[in-house]
Design a protein around this ligand. Structure first.
Ligand code: GTP
Ligand code: MG
Ligand code: ZN
Length: 388
């Protein structure tokens, strides 16, 4: 008989908040029969962030078996592993989760009720990218018994609750488009802050380069190249840059994130000809996307690694970053901060500010500085409307 003992485990912050029933039925990507797709669009106008680890805020006592993992990053239950198969979650919508077993077989799984009961936020029980142990009940169905601890996650804030979109990623492809919708450096900068905070790599993919003269993109690529960020210019339509993008994705765990209509799904279709993901026209008059992808879905790449395609976001609100913290995520400010007269300089209005002096002398990009300024100021105000 195995030894049972009580252990203290950390619970993720979202567990403190009560789950609102209304929200459960209205998850992103879960369009009900009577819903029009637009009923869900507003939910996408929420913030998104990346974090290396879940944020922990309180403890609870549960029963586990000696030796099982109770490191707090995930709840690991005592189960009979001999009956279980390991798999990767490809998608999870409503009560159905698609899991791919190591041998490539796909299983439509439900989640053991106790796992759901233990999680306050039903959307976070299993997410694409999760590594799970499940018990097959027949050749194509099973029951998920355990979710292994997560590494990097991409999550978004929704009414101050964390909604995990993808787990176990090591890089974020920040997808933007050179045109239709137009490029928004401020949106890139918001993503970069979020990615830096989560300690995963951020790659800027500028898609639809066929729509503009590539000389127009040089300044922008230069700015991000200089701060050490990889920039790849691509076109899902013409195939430009796809080889380089494939090399970046090879054997890595990536999530594509960005506004609706920038071509995240189109890029995946172009990278892997075997994929047929639905894509959508951008609106003629607003040049905005129509939120075609409703659900985060993991796609395995034939050359190794996987990419999760996500629904477009409208706003990128950094709800968990405080203004004083922001400076650290603008890496190019660092050499100049020491010339600020005041140790707590906000670099906004102070005299004798090293950062502002560097912007004046073009040692720091004014585009980046403007992003910083807006991020700091917007922090105490309503989400800034400039990004959309
Ligand atoms: N000109 C041009 N159009 C592109 C390119 N890539 C995608 N598009 C078009 O952009 C539109 C939106 O593409 P999607 O792939 O659906 O965009 P998405 O980012 O997945 O959008 P959501 O799923 O709504 O978040 C489609 O009409 C595509 O044909 C490109 O490289 N060049
Ligand atoms: Mg899409
Ligand atoms: Zn300063």
């Amino acid at each position: 008989m195995r030894d049972k003992r009580k252990v203290r485990v950390d619970f993720r912050k979202n567990r403190e908040k009560t789950t609102r029933l209304g929200n459960l039925a209205r998850q992103v990507g879960q369009v009900g029969e009577n819903d029009s797709p637009n009923d869900h669009v507003d939910e996408l106008a929420i913030s998104e962030r990346v974090s290396g680890k879940g944020r922990l805020s309180r403890r609870r006592t549960i029963i586990t078996t000696e030796g099982s993992n109770a490191d707090g990053s995930n709840l690991v239950r005592d189960i009979d592993v001999t009956k279980c198969v390991t798999g990767r979650v490809l998608s999870s919508a409503g009560l159905t989760t698609i899991v791919r077993a190591a041998d490539g077989r796909r299983f439509e799984c439900t989640v053991r009720r106790v796992l759901r009961t233990m999680s306050r936020d039903q959307r976070n029980v299993v997410v694409p990218g999760d590594e799970v142990l499940f018990q097959p009940t027949n050749i194509a169905e099973g029951v998920i018994e355990r979710v292994n601890p997560r590494r990097g996650v991409l999550s978004r804030g929704s009414q101050n609750r964390e909604h995990i979109i993808v787990a176990n990623i090591d890089q974020v492809g920040i997808v933007v488009s050179a045109g239709e919708p137009g490029l928004k450096p401020h949106l890139i900068d918001r993503f970069l802050v979020s990615v830096a905070k989560g300690s995963v790599a951020g790659i800027i993919c500028i898609n639809k380069v066929d729509l503009v003269d590539s000389a127009e993109l040089q300044t922008l690529s230069g700015i991000y190249g200089q701060i050490g960020c990889e920039v790849v210019l691509v076109s899902a339509h013409t195939g430009v840059g796809l080889e380089r993008l494939r090399a970046i994705l090879r054997n890595r765990q990536t999530v594509f994130a960005g506004q609706s209509g920038v071509g995240k799904s189109s890029l995946l279709n172009a990278i892997d000809k075997g994929l047929v993901i639905r894509t959508g026209e951008v609106s003629d008059w607003s040049k905005k996307g129509k939120h075609t992808t409703r659900n985060a879905v993991l796609h395995e790449l034939p050359f190794g690694g996987w990419v999760v395609d996500t629904p477009g976001i409208r706003q990128m609100e950094l709800w968990d970053v405080i203004p004083a913290e922001l400076e650290a995520y603008f890496v190019e400010f660092r050499p100049f901060v020491r010339y600020c007269k005041f140790p707590d300089c906000s670099h906004l209005h102070e005299s004798a500010c090293g950062v502002q002096a560097a912007v004046m002398r073009s040692l720091i990009s004014s585009i980046r500085y403007e992003s910083y300024r807006r991020l700091v100021l917007a922090d105490n105000a309503e989400p800034h409307p400039y990004d959309d």
